[in-house]
Write a protein that binds this ligand. Structure first.
Ligand code: TYM
Length: 359
């Protein structure tokens, strides 16, 4: 990872949650999740999924398809099932080793939802009301959105803390949810007089594209829910579709930026330069100097070639795996069994700490 800058501070020495991993030559335990809603796009790939594979030699990893998060807004049940398989296929196609690491879907491990209820009683209404993603998703229609959409970040905290995960790789848009996860952990530890029970999780946000923007508007995040398919590159797009979307990507009338400072004032150009740097595994300053003062057409041709070379094999492997749903289902079932074995004893400890009697 040449340009990896991990946003979090190094974990303090003596952290009891890290010791068992450090003893095994690992840096900690990772959990991350992706919603099975709509098409996976370049932002999901560069901000999260590609990093999942890159971290797997240094951490014990659990990668989760968060189907219970998906139903916070209405879903077509048949589509939800196929999209759950598609996300699992993307994890595998991006290089995650499903034999060594754990790939599973959330609803197969009931302890997530069970811990989420406890966290619903720890998190404060005020904290939840400040979540910008909730405000954006609910928009003006707050009275009509599901209760689940409001409580979503408490379930996300449970996804992470049911494994006492120490690190969470995500794109920048999830930062606030991870801060809430830390607040919930701290409050639980204090409220129940259980110091160090839950770890204070560190976000891992790194690479040149931690927030990939729309190809149609460099001030808006690239998103699965954008009605314009031209706004994003989907992981399953073929070479022609990728070429067309990059050719049509919004730019400004000037030549390519002369410096990073110049690029920062031009969001569309800045976004494309960040995408190039991330796909090429190069520093952005280096990419800016290579194309400084050139025409966008020349840069876009180079970006297309690079994007097709990098994404083509991932998309093709996803398509191949999608033709073998039996294999994907077996990976999910096996992953879920291993995840339950880790989560259930932690839920037991939580229940004992809270004062629930055992059956
Ligand atoms: P989701 O499904 O929206 O996105 C999955 C991952 O992709 C990242 N991402 C982006 N990164 C860069 N640029 C973008 N335009 C972009 N869009 C999305 C997200 O940051 C995320 O890492 N709440 C989470 C899912 C979740 C989760 C968890 C994540 C549920 N439980 C526990 C981590 C740990 C979400 O909706 O991601």
């Amino acid at each position: 990872m040449p340009d990896a800058t991990v946003s979090s501070a190094d974990a303090p020495t003596g952290n009891p949650h890290l010791a068992p991993y450090n003893a095994r030559g690992l840096k900690g335990r990772i959990l991350s999740g992706v919603q099975p809603t709509g098409n996976l796009h370049l932002g999901n790939y560069l901000g999260a999924i590609r990093n999942f594979a890159r971290l797997q030699d240094d951490y014990e990893c659990l990668y989760c398809v968060v189907d219970q998060h998906a139903i916070t807004v209405p879903q077509d049940p048949a589509l939800l099932a196929s999209q759950t398989r598609e996300i699992a296929a993307a994890f595998l196609a991006a290089g995650v080793d499903g034999g060594k690491q754990i790939i599973f879907n959330q609803s197969m491990v009931p302890a997530h939802a069970q811990l989420a209820w406890v966290f619903n009683c720890v998190a404060r209404m005020g904290w939840m009301s400040r979540m910008t993603q909730f405000k954006e998703k609910a928009g003006k229609d707050r009275e009509n959105v599901s209760l689940g959409l409001f409580a979503y970040p408490a379930l996300m905290a449970a996804d992470i803390l049911i494994y006492k995960a120490t690190h969470v790789p995500v794109g920048e848009d999830q930062k606030q949810h991870l801060e809430l996860t830390r607040d919930i952990a701290i409050k639980f530890n204090n409220d129940f007089n259980a110091p160090d029970f839950f770890p204070i999780t560190e976000p891992l946000i790194f690479g040149a594209a931690t927030r990939v923007m729309s190809l149609r508007d460099g001030t808006k995040k690239m998103s699965k829910s954008d009605p314009s398919d031209q706004s994003r590159i989907n992981l399953t797009d073929d070479a022609d579709a990728i070429a067309l979307k990059i050719r049509r990507a919004k730019t400004d009338p000037l030549p390519m930026p002369e410096s990073e400072a110049d690029a920062e004032k031009r969001p569309d150009a800045d976004n494309l330069l960040g995408i190039f740097a991330a796909l090429a595994d190069r520093e952005k300053t280096d990419v800016v100097s290579e194309f400084a003062g050139k025409q966008f057409s020349e840069f876009k041709a180079a970006l297309t070639e690079l994007a097709v070379a990098r994404l083509g094999p991932v998309g093709a492997e996803m398509q191949r795996l999608m033709k073998d749903p039996g294999h994907v289902d077996a990976v999910l079932r096996d992953g879920a069994a291993r995840a339950r074995a880790l989560a259930d004893p932690i839920l037991d400890e939580v229940y004992r700490t809270v004062g629930f009697l055992k059956p």
